[in-house]
Design a protein around this ligand. Structure first.
Ligand SMILES: Nc1ncnc2c1ncn2[C@@H]1O[C@H](COP(=O)(O)OP(=O)(O)OP(=O)(O)O)[C@@H](O)[C@H]1O
Length: 607
């Protein structure tokens, strides 16, 4: 995958306008989050937008009533009525302001939850390969940041619309008096707008460049203080090393951000001064007209007030434009994450998974290369695995054993060649059925910080309430005995991360993980070094049971222990990703090749 993210560093004004095209999609999401909140917020804002001009106008009427009373003198009743109207408007403005803030914050929370769930759903559909790509993580990280950050965008856009309407009302008054005032106003606020746009670009580029380092920073924070790492961090005395790296990264962020923040405030102050000069120029003009008697004192207050408010509003609108377009650019990152599509998907007309498997698997010149690697992890693999056969994979570290089983489970598809099951390409089978029929326990299985029952149920999560099946699976993997000793039994939380969790030994965890393999009636069982942490007796028992329990089923075992390996019907020896030998234990010993060499080496160790 290309490093697209790092390449975009400067954002032009054109980019900003084109990024606004993300807003409809954004509002669709907001609308899906809550229709009631969206409509209420919009309605309140429309009402609020008319209030400032109404307040100014009532103020003008009050002053004119006092300064230029008609022939009958000041009408007290009329004056008090105006004051009451002014007060009502001010109270209304305040109440509606608070109501909008409340609705925006509730809508914001719901939006953050809604989009977080959407991200989790989408992430779950993606391929393992995509998770192994660092650019993907950058995108995921940016998308995650957007879930919270974008709620601000929502109120910004709504406020923008509200202020634009208010500007329309206020500007109407100014235009009637003198259209040139509007022009002065625009010239006065333009530099501030351009300055803001410029600095927002810089902030965006900086934050984009910093994404990989930010992830590293989070990682340092995590390994510096987590239950999983505490043991090694203490023993190897790593805290100083981790803190140094954290400090180095955070200092760099601080320095970069500080430079930009200082420049931004200096320029901001200069532009604001320019705007203030423009405002006072126009003010002098209005005062002059009042002195001349061309306009009334009430008009003076109305116009000066309108002008002051317009300046504030226009500045707000223009700076908010950059913030909104900025948000829209970030939205692009957000939607980009949803555009990442999995490659391993259902075939158009998928075949049902055979039940039972009749012939078995055939590897036809299968090769696989990881996306971020130059080397072939598997190459030229051609062999058959009959239905019901137990095949053991043997080979040195990095020989490609785990990769081979990942191909069988369709976590990846072969880069070249194909794998056939009962005469059809594995890719032609229904993916959901395939996953359901292949049970895999990897050497780096997850120790879920959840209850025992949940830890076992992950092998077939649809059966999470089926406690009978969970207990039965635990009995098969020899985990039942250890569960009985736990104070909470099957409801006992495991791991130390949460309250009342109990930590298990490596072998005990492994027995729990093994139970997952028995949770579904899988046709193909794959155990990748499932007994590495078991003691000798437990390992023997586990395999005795495994053979009995999987009679007639196809199974692949990966193990470095030859006592385990010899229980398989046939053994496949891998070397640098390629098939070196295949045969029964006896055949391979007679052949006196690599298998015999490794077997004798291990046997010698026991003598
Ligand atoms: N996710 C990955 N991305 C890139 N390369 C990988 C990845 N996983 C494994 N490899 C590489 O592929 C090769 C085969 O790895 P694999 O895990 O299949 O070996 P293995 O035989 O299972 O090793 P071990 O006995 O140590 O578990 C190795 O050279 C490894 O570096």
């Amino acid at each position: 995958m290309e490093r697209k993210g790092a390449a975009i560093e400067e954002v032009t004004l054109k980019d900003r306008f084109s990024a606004l095209s993300n807003l409809p999609q954004f509002f669709k999401l907001v609308w899906q989050t809550s229709r009631v909140f969206t409509i209420t917020s919009a309605l309140i804002r429309i009402v609020r937008s008319a209030i400032p001009v109404a307040i100014l106008y009532v103020g003008k009427l009050i002053i004119d009533q006092i300064a230029h009373p008609g022939q009958g003198g000041v009408s007290h009743n009329y004056l008090w009525e105006l004051v009451v109207v002014e007060l009502t408007l001010a109270v209304l403005s305040d109440v509606l302001g608070r109501a909008t803030a409340l609705i925006d914050s509730l809508l914001g929370d719901r939006f953050a939850n809604f989009t977080s769930i959407k991200i989790m759903h989408h992430a779950a559909t993606l391929d393992l390969e995509q998770f192994e790509d660092s650019t993907f993580y950058d995108k995921l990280e940016r998308a995650r940041q957007q879930t919270v950050g974008r709620t601000v965008l929502l109120s910004q856009v709504l406020s923008q619309v509200q202020d634009l309407i208010t500007v329309g009302f206020l500007a109407a008054g100014l235009v009637v008096f003198n259209p040139w005032l509007i022009l002065i106003l625009i010239i006065a606020v333009l530099p501030a707008f351009l300055g803001e746009a410029h600095f927002n670009d810089k902030t965006y580029s900086l934050s984009r460049r910093q994404t990989p380092e930010r992830r590293e920073l989070d990682y340092m924070r995590y390994i510096g203080a987590s239950d999983e790492t505490a043991k090694e961090v203490k023993l190897f005395d790593l805290s100083g090393f981790l803190i140094d790296r954290f400090k180095q990264l955070s200092d760099k962020f601080y320095k970069d951000n500080k430079q930009l923040a200082i420049k931004r405030s200096i320029w901001g102050a200069a532009f604001s001064l320019f705007g203030t000069c423009g405002y006072y120029g126009a003010f002098v003009f209005i005062v002059y007209k009042a002195v001349q008697g061309t306009i009334s004192i009430g008009d003076l207050t109305f116009l000066a007030g309108s002008f002051r408010q317009l300046r504030g509003l226009l500045e707000g609108i223009l700076t908010r434009f950059t913030a909104v377009s900025q948000g829209a650019i970030y939205l692009k990152d957000f939607f980009e994450f949803f555009h990442i599509q999995p490659k391993i998907v259902h075939a158009g007309k998928s075949l049902p998974f055979p039940d039972p498997i009749k012939e078995g698997f055939v590897f036809e010149n299968v090769g696989f290369k990881y996306v971020n690697s130059e080397n072939w992890a598997n190459r030229h693999l051609s062999f058959t695995m009959a239905a019901g056969e137990k095949l053991a994979l043997v080979g040195e570290n990095g020989a490609g054993k785990t990769t081979l089983v990942k191909l069988l489970a369709r976590l990846y598809d072969p880069t070249e060649g194909r794998i056939l099951l009962d005469g059809h390409d594995l890719r032609d089978y229904d993916l959901v059925e395939l996953r359901h029929n292949v049970g895999v326990i990897f050497q780096d299985y997850i120790r879920y910080q959840m209850t025992v029952a949940q830890n076992i149920a992950v092998g077939n999560i649809g059966e999470k309430e089926n406690i009978g099946l969970i207990v039965q699976s635990a009995k098969k993997s020899l985990a039942d005995l250890l569960v009985q000793k736990l104070p909470g039994g099957y409801e006992q939380p495991l791991g130390k991360r949460f309250n009342q969790g109990v930590e298990l030994s490596g072998g005990e965890w492994q027995k729990i993980a093994l139970a997952r393999a028995y949770m579904k009636n899988a046709q193909l069982l794959i155990l990748d070094e499932p007994t590495a942490a078991l003691d000798a007796r437990a390992e023997y028992e586990v395999f005795q049971r495994f053979s009995e329990l999987t009679k007639g089923k196809t199974a692949v075992l990966i193990s470095h222990k030859f006592s385990t390996v010899r229980m398989a019907n046939r053994i496949l020896v891998l070397d640098k990703g390629e098939l070196l030998e295949i045969g029964t234990h006896q055949e391979l010993l007679q052949k006196n090749g690599r298998y015999a060499e490794l077997f004798n080496l291990q046997a010698k160790g026991y003598q």
